[in-house]
Design a protein around this ligand. Structure first.
Ligand code: NOJ
Length: 528
């Protein structure tokens, strides 16, 4: 019970896009509170809120100007307290999004730091001098491309920004920075938050000597070729693990129920596993090799097996298919095919460990085609159509009405809606055969059948696009991601749930034929 997150179904909310309670076209905390009934009905146990702190919104909240407050667009501290309490009453925990790698340039710490070379907060940030006149201190590129260094005229030095110029990196070698973040954790833990998602968890500490990054080799990650370098010295440094040990100890000092889940965007599973430590670092580490893989049976099966093999003793995986930085799973994985979307949701909810759904996944919401003149994310504006984050950040679609149940009728939402008639909560709630009911029933099955939550994962086979696995002793999952119908051999029992709901309850006697884009969970009869 205390480590509830080990097999939890969590749900990520992009707060500006969930529910607008005051008719300004922007979602807010009271709006989220007013929609907790939906989440309770769905069966989720925890909500991760993308950043809720005051911010100039250059990077839509990932540029924090005060770690102890709430963005006025979203509400007040009292609204946050009310959300935490209302969640508690419904068994839904609240997880905040902490951004320790960088602050906003508008943060008073950075304002002080840049005011003089001897200011109190100067060393809280990463500063460097040109080695060649007019050139940045080294060759590091920002994750959003271009040099990672900004020149500060006033201070006559360069500051590091691994993201936008308005997001200066904190100096995690500085003991005061570490102490300050301990205070931030305590402040929110004291208010009742259940944990944190840690932004760019793999990046927060950098090479002390600021060495140049090397050029990529043929075998390196595609992104390294785009950047023209492997981020060897500004990412995934060995010293980062001390920080996670410290934070896990701090969290456990509260109680074991505090969760830390990291945005561990590292290219290999070996690198990923290091973030669990020996079970003494992050509680959960997001699996980007899985999240960014094509939706193909062989590849996914191999990734899941390898993840299970490599996990340190006692640690659990976490699975997710969508988030606020990438194309939503119904588009990216399922190519817009509703049956394939259901296969993806079944897969996520039938693997061992924790699951994070993204708001809208439950109604199969695909990416929204946001017109160029409505784009708001600076990274999307720079990199679209290669990367379009706004497409996955549009408002939740609650009902097919003016305002979509998200905002007051007649009010323009901050980002446009997608196809509200085709994807909305109200009409899917009225339809027992909908994706929404499918997700709810899958979550309920996880509760009813403990081996779906904690039972060991065993691959049965992956061939010709058909991937079948067993959970525990008696639950078989299979998805047919190939182009032809295929038989799940050997299963005997009853279909617990199918992507085609007409198959629920069907008796299975040794072979079960699945059409392309069809998936099932089968409860086996165990021979004694
Ligand atoms: C990762 C976040 O998920 C993304 O939205 C943000 O732009 C960068 N970190 C920088 O904070």
């Amino acid at each position: 019970m205390s480590e509830w997150w080990r097999d939890a179904v969590c749900y990520q909310i992009y707060p500006r896009s969930y529910m607008d309670s005051n008719g300004d076209g922007v979602g807010d905390l009271p709006g989220i509170t007013s929609r907790l009934d939906h989440l309770q009905w769905l069966g989720v146990e925890c909500i991760w809120l993308s950043p809720t702190f005051p911010s100039p919104n250059e990077d839509w909240g990932y540029d924090v100007a005060d770690y102890y407050g709430v963005h006025p667009d979203l509400g007040t501290l009292a609204d946050m307290d009310a959300l935490i309490e209302a969640g508690r009453e419904r068994g839904i925990r609240i997880v905040l999004d902490l951004v320790p790698n960088h602050t906003s340039a508008a943060h008073p710490w950075f304002q002080d730091a840049r005011s003089s070379r001897t200011s109190e907060h100067r060393d809280w940030y990463v500063w460097g001098d040109s080695k060649v006149e007019g050139e940045p201190p080294n060759n590091w590129t920002s994750s959003f491309l271009g040099s990672a260094w900004g020149y500060d005229e006033g201070a006559g030095q360069w500051y590091l920004h691994n993201f936008l110029r308005g997001q200066p990196d904190l100096n995690w070698w500085n003991a005061d920075v570490r102490d300050e973040f301990d205070r931030i954790y305590r402040f929110w833990f004291d208010r009742g938050v259940a944990g944190f998602r840690i932004d760019v968890a793999h990046m927060i500490i950098k090479d002390k000597e600021l060495r140049d990054n090397p050029p990529p080799e043929d075998s390196d990650f595609l992104l390294d070729h785009i950047r023209g370098q492997v981020p060897l010295y500004n990412s995934n440094r060995p010293e980062v693990h001390e920080i996670y040990q410290r934070w896990r100890a701090l969290a456990e000092d509260y109680d074991e129920s505090k969760m830390l889940v990291g945005e561990t965007f590292v290219p290999s599973l070996d690198q990923l596993m290091a973030y669990y430590g020996q079970g003494d670092e992050l509680s959960l580490a997001f699996n980007f090799p899985f999240l960014t893989a094509p939706f193909e049976a062989d590849g996914l099966c191999a990734l899941v097996e390898r993840t299970e093999e490599l996990l340190p003793n006692g640690c659990v995986p976490v699975w997710t298919g969508s988030n606020h930085d990438m194309s939503r799973l119904p588009t990216r994985w399922a190519g817009g095919a509703p049956d394939r979307t259901r296969c993806a949701l079944l897969m996520l909810l039938a693997l061992r460990g924790a699951v994070f759904l993204y708001y809208g996944d439950e109604v199969g919401l695909p990416d929204t085609d946001v017109p160029l003149d409505r784009l708001l994310d600076p990274v999307t504006i720079k990199l679209q159509p290669v990367l379009n984050r706004d497409a996955a950040r549009t408002p939740m679609q609650w009902e097919a009405s003016d305002g979509a149940g998200f905002t007051t009728p007649g009010v323009e939402p901050w980002l446009p809606f997608g196809d509200v008639a085709a994807y909305n909560v109200a009409s899917q709630r009225d339809d027992r055969s909908s994706t929404l009911h499918f997700v709810r029933d899958l979550i309920a099955l996880r509760r009813e059948r403990p081996e779906l939550r904690t039972g060991a994962y065993t691959t049965l086979y992956s061939r010709d696009g058909l991937w079948a696995w067993r959970r525990g002793d008696s639950t078989v999952s299979a998805v047919n991601l190939g182009e032809s119908a295929a038989n799940v051999d050997g299963a005997r029992g009853t279909v617990l749930i199918g992507t085609d709901r007409a198959r629920d309850g069907e008796k299975v006697d040794g072979a079960l034929r699945l059409e392309p884009n069809e998936g099932v969970l089968v409860g086996e009869e165990l021979s004694s």
